[in-house]
Design a protein around this ligand. Structure first.
Ligand SMILES: Cc1ncc(COP(=O)(O)O)c(C=O)c1O
Length: 698
């Protein structure tokens, strides 16, 4: 901490800002990092940020994303990063070093160990992109105890109330994100023209140094930030590009040259035009203090389900999550909103029927099997319930541009339909692999007027589509509404989507009462992000006689890693803004998933399911690809209903369970979607190994 403070004091005395440089550890090769750190210092860097590689850097643009991927291929994990810092210290590096990155690798390493070993290696603090102070309670305390700095970020979207809070907890300096969006800069780009106002706004609340980052690529940018009043200027993406562009043997020289260009080391550069720190004595308003911040629109919905949930988001979108919660709270008991929702039942085709699956019941020769026919909804799945409710909410928030992620394409089609119905601009992010598998749905979205952006990064599946949608959201926050498709993401999304899907379980309850005069005995639903399952389960949670069974994508089985079953095989962690079970490596990198059901192909699951699992209220099992295909075939050929491959997982498990239950019991399967979208994919599969394996030649 003290070393960082000393740097800012010395630079202040010189009348110049500190140069803060960034590099992803292990990029482009593991052994490049130490020479790069030394070259930075030789070129005039005053503070150095070392990026801890992460598989899903949602706040970063393409340049830093690529450097993360390459570093991970070079097998750079937290231990290696610390070894590099230690080695650099041994070779004479004196500049303070901040570890910068995302929370999950630190969580996987263990907070205490991560902090203690960082201190021992010679690091001076942390900048955690997705660990806002509200979620960092223990982490901050432990850092303070180890005399390591925890540096808060402030964004253009940060409210005054929150700036006051962030300033009150900063121990060395504040990192000012100069523009909305992800990291990235161009030598031809310009700095945010509103930077002086942003800095003045923050100055109202603190005398601490302010370091400006995002978008700085040249000395001219550096000067703009300096003249706007910055005490430090951070250069990241451009440095990574300089490294990328330089020949392998000349990287340190190129880095030193570029840092010299920025620092004008040895050239006696001009000092700032205006004073950096007006040095206000105390904040102008005093609504808080000592770090006990209450968001201005204080949350009243629980942020957590047991230990799961939360809001692990970049600073740029933190306040907007509270606004979203306030909007959701305002509509949840508002009859006018629900009347409007119901006025669209003709559009959605609700209520969906509860259908007695007589032939499957005979086949199982056990419990009576019922289908909750979400497959008959408009657009062919449960997704329309959530899409309609959220588009009404987006209208209330005055948003005109809607973005969404999609895996199987069903949420994309539902979103494109409601956007067409309400005249909104619609952009859908879809992994390239999913788009290939679900080409019909891509066409449907386009016919409905949506722009479909295929995502080529990572595994080219739902996780990567969510990453890109989050980056879009951070960049276009003021105009854009992120219509999240399942119960993932930061609070309040998991609660909101559950509240909008709850109609499924509510209808099952009254329809089963009418049909059988009692509650069902078992409800079975497939689990991807978890929305159709939580929608079906939620109203039955207090009814302890009702067994709740969620079925994850077992892929090729749980023995290897070719599955998509975070509840069955994952560990608690943080991704996409939420703490929940997720599939990850030992070092906290997010695993690739596999299942035949594109909509189940996601390494993260609803925090509410995580809590239902740990509390024992619900059971979670898997169906493998083979079992899902068998369920698909049975349902198609015995009931004359082609189910979605996702729902086929629940069908298989439902039949299996029904066989074990008495004839007077009732088992409801949530038939979350229809299989039209899967017909082509199944026909391709039946040209391959599956035809013989299933003895199914069509
Ligand atoms: C038909 C169908 N069922 C289930 C799912 C899984 O999503 P969730 O777990 O949110 O219900 C999807 C996802 O797209 C889907 O299309």
């Amino acid at each position: 901490m003290d070393a960082i403070k000393s740097v800012f004091e010395a630079k202040k005395a010189e009348g110049r800002p500190a140069l803060v440089t960034f590099i992803t550890a292990g990029y482009p090769r593991g052994h490049d990092t130490v020479p790069i750190l030394l070259a930075m210092e030789a070129g005039g860097a005053d503070i150095i940020e070392v990026g801890i590689p992460f598989s899903d850097p949602i706040a970063d643009g393409p340049v830093i994303q690529e450097s993360n991927n390459i570093a991970l291929k070079n097998e750079i994990d937290y231990t290696v990063v610390l070894e590099q810092i230690k080695e650099a210290r041994g070779r004479g590096l004196t500049a303070p070093v901040l570890l910068m990155g995302y929370y999950n690798p630190i969580l996987a390493y263990g907070e205490d160990r991560a902090i203690e070993e960082a201190r021992a290696a010679g690091a001076n603090g942390f900048i955690m992109v997705d660990l806002p102070p509200e979620e960092a309670g223990n982490f901050r305390q432990k850092c303070a105890h180890a005399r390591l700095s925890y540096v808060p970020l402030v964004a253009p979207s940060t409210s005054l109330h929150r700036i006051e809070f962030l300033a009150s907890i900063a121990d060395t300096f504040l990192y000012v994100v100069s523009k909305m969006g992800t990291t990235g800069s161009s030598i031809h780009g310009s700095m945010n023209s509103a930077l002086p106002q942003l800095i003045s706004r923050i100055r109202e609340y603190t005398t601490l140094p302010l370091a400006v980052g995002f978008g700085v690529a040249t000395r001219a940018h550096f000067d703009v930030a300096m003249d706007a009043g910055a005490d430090g200027v951070v250069v990241g993406s451009r440095l990574v590009s300089v490294i990328k562009e330089s020949p392998a043997g000349e990287i340190p020289q190129a880095v030193e040259r570029y840092c010299c260009e920025l620092s004008l080391k040895g050239q006696n550069p001009r000092v700032r035009l205006r004073s950096a720190s007006p040095l206000l004595t105390s904040p102008s308003s005093s609504t808080l203090c000592n770090g006990n911040y209450q968001p201005s629109s204080s949350t009243s919905l629980p942020r957590r389900f047991g230990e799961f949930g939360g809001q692990y988001v970049p600073e740029s979108i933190f306040d907007s999550m509270n606004q979203l919660e306030a909007a959701h709270r305002a509509i949840i008991d508002d009859p006018a909103f629900w009347n409007e929702f119901e006025s669209l039942s003709g559009f959605m085709n609700r209520p969906s029927k509860l259908f007695f699956a007589e032939n499957l019941t005979k086949h199982a020769n056990g419990a009576k099997i019922w289908f909750k026919r979400e497959d008959l909804n408009h657009t062919g799945s449960h997704n329309i319930n959530n899409a309609v409710a959220q588009i009404l909410l987006a209208r209330r928030l005055g948003k005109r541009r809607i973005i969404a992620e999609t895996g199987a394409g069903q949420h994309g089609v539902a979103t494109a339909s409601v956007c067409a119905r309400f005249g909104m601009e619609c952009v859908i992010y879809m992994g390239a692999e999913d788009a290939r598998r679900q080409s019909q749905n891509v066409l449907r979205m386009k016919i409905l007027g949506a722009k479909v952006i295929t995502v080529e990064s990572g595994s080219q599946r739902l996780k990567d589509a969510v990453n890109e949608a989050m980056r879009d959201c951070v960049t276009n926050l003021s105009t854009t509404y992120f219509l999240v498709g399942s119960c993932f993401g930061p609070h309040p999304f998991p609660t909101m989507v559950r509240d909008y899907q709850r109609v499924i379980g509510r209808e099952i309850k009254s329809q089963m009462k009418n049909a059988e005069g009692k509650l069902p005995d078992v409800i079975v639903a497939c689990v991807g992000g978890g929305s159709n399952a939580i929608g079906a389960f939620y109203d039955f949670i207090p009814d302890k006689s009702v067994r709740l069974v969620g079925v994850e994508g077992g892929g090729e089985g749980l023995d290897g890693n070719r599955h998509s079953a975070p509840l069955s095989k994952g560990e608690p962690g943080v991704l996409h803004g939420v703490r929940t079970y997720l599939l990850q490596s030992e070092t906290g990198q997010i695993s690739e998933t596999h299942t035949i059901g594109a909509g189940l192909n996601y390494p993260v699951v609803s925090p509410e399911h995580a809590w239902l699992k740990d509390s024992g209220r619900a059971e979670y099992v898997v169906a493998t690809d083979e079992e899902a295909l068998r369920g698909f075939r049975l349902c198609s050929q015995l009931e004359g209903i082609i189910p979605a491959l996702e729902s086929s997982h629940a069908i298989w498990e439902g039949i299996r369970l029904a066989k074990t239950l008495p004839k007077e019991s009732n088992l409801v399967i949530c038939l979350s979607g229809r299989g039209d979208k899967d017909v082509e994919h199944v026909s391709e599969l039946l040209l391959g190994k599956w035809a013989d394996r299933l003895q199914w030649h069509i």
